[in-house]
Write a protein that binds this ligand. Structure first.
Ligand code: DSN
Length: 448
């Protein structure tokens, strides 16, 4: 990164410091991961210079011969990996992907069903501060108050009452499996489209440790940067033909695949980010390798080991454990309801990165909720296994219970850094310390 260093030492230094933060701490945010250098090289390539509105063979600009190959290859790899009939690789990220699917399947104001954000759903699944909640009519389902589990009888009851056009099966902070087949049965009973948002679990599905939404569902969205371990971005996968013959599409000659493609472009997006599509293709190739299955299995094993240790430390987990890559600590039994932000900040001091999160039926504010969400995809990429999870679970238990004790957290930071250094990440960054020693600290420059 010598050119960056010469052009902009301030940004260079921040990148270096962020890389050091990643290398010396423990990353437990369950939606994060560490991509390969191959993925990063595709992202940082001259493909970023190209405009390519349209689709392969049908573009609005010249010079597309290589871009078409890249997009076609990305589509082919995603179709093979997930067993999808149709794939669109252009969505910029998960939220625009969901937006495009809504655009394809519903007219504004129509009703859909999604999991409530506070119970483990996503912002784009009907939160009232998001386009999904503002522009559509939302009937949310929640988890059971006692068990924390999705109750499919309840989902069916709401669907029969509300008659939504689309039902979303998904999770963002739900630590258990999704039963796609059961969701599909409800969708068929009420003539709704089934959208599965598998952003969190795409890598587990590819790795064979979570059931696949195919062949049940109509449409699948996924981000590519979580358990799938690719660049930031998303995919939309679907059947080719429309399973339902509803009024919205009467008069339209488009099948489901065409409806989705035209919702992405020109409906929602302009030029696709070709460098990111290339990086998605690289990540899909990596995920097709046999060793990725081993990775996915280890993510789940590590999550179980970590959850067991946290519970052994006396912490309460939502649903009392995990089946996937994530878990949520309920701070309320410790008397720390509404203290999630402080616990998250305390863990930052110890070099352990997590995110504050609502627990189901949380009375506290989303800015300072009562839970901590954590997961194992990034640490597993780094090579950590059950032994390390036990150690980290012990530290976490100690740090959460004593989050006021800065001395303890600082001491823990040293042990954390020592453990992280045994699993080196991007080691080449070590030798690139800024030889110019930029004088103006960036905090001064950006001070408001
Ligand atoms: N921000 C993502 C997550 O952490 O789950 C969802 O968009």
């Amino acid at each position: 990164m010598r050119d960056l260093l010469e052009t902009d030492p301030w940004i260079y230094n921040q990148i270096l410091d962020e890389t050091t933060r990643q290398r010396t701490g423990l990353e437990l945010v369950p939606s994060e991961n560490y991509v390969s250098k191959a993925v990063m090289q595709a992202m940082g390539s001259p493909l970023t210079n190209k405009y390519s509105e349209g689709y392969p063979g049908k573009r609005y600009y010249g010079g597309q011969e290589y871009v078409d190959n890249i997009e076609l290859l990305a589509i082919k790899r995603a179709r093979e990996l997930f067993g999808a009939e149709h794939v669109n690789v252009q969505p910029y990220s998960g939220s625009p992907a969901n937006h495009a699917v809504f655009f394809a399947l519903m007219t504004l104001g129509e009703k859909f069903m999604g999991m409530d954000l506070g119970c483990g759903g996503h912002l784009t699944h009907g939160s009232k501060v998001n386009f999904s909640g503002k522009h559509y009519d939302v009937a949310s389902y929640r988890v059971d108050r006692e068990t924390g589990l999705i109750d499919m009888d309840e989902v069916r009851k709401i669907a029969l009452r509300e008659r939504p056009k689309v039902i979303i099966s998904s999770l963002t902070s739900y630590p258990r499996r999704l039963d796609f087949q059961a969701f599909q049965e409800v969708c068929e009973e009420v003539d709704a489209y089934h959208l599965a948002d598998i952003s969190h679990i795409a890598g587990l599905i590819v790795g064979g440790v979570h059931e696949s939404p195919f062949p049940y569902v109509d449409v699948v969205t996924t981000t590519t940067h979580k358990t799938l371990r690719g660049p930031r971005g998303a995919l939309i996968m679907s059947r080719t033909e429309n399973r339902l013959h509803d009024e919205h599409f009467r008069g339209s000659k488009k099948n489901l695949a065409q409806l989705i493609d035209s919702a992405v472009f020109p409906g929602l997006q302009g030029g696709p980010h070709v460098h990111m599509i290339a990086a998605k293709a690289v990540a899909l190739r990596e995920a097709a390798r046999p060793e990725f299955k081993g990775y996915a299995r280890q993510v789940v094993r590590n999550a179980r080991a970590l959850a067991d240790e946290l519970m052994a430390q006396g912490l309460k987990l939502v649903t009392d454990g995990t089946d996937n890559h994530l878990m949520v600590i309920d701070l309320r039994p410790l008397g720390y309801g509404g203290k999630g932000k402080y616990v998250q900040n305390a863990l930052d001091v110890a070099g352990i990165t997590v995110n504050k999160n609502a627990v189901p039926y949380d009375d506290a504010s989303p800015f300072n909720p009562s839970g901590i969400r954590l997961g194992t995809p990034a640490l597993t990429t780094q090579g950590m296994k059950e032994n390390e999870m036990e150690k980290i679970g012990e530290w976490l238990g100690n740090a959460v219970k004593n989050y006021h004790d800065v001395g303890l957290l600082k001491k823990m930071r040293q042990e954390v850094t020592k453990l992280a250094s045994e699993f080196p990440l991007y080691p080449e960054y070590e030798v690139l310390r800024d030889p110019y020693q930029v004088q103006n600290p960036i905090h001064e420059l950006v001070k408001r």
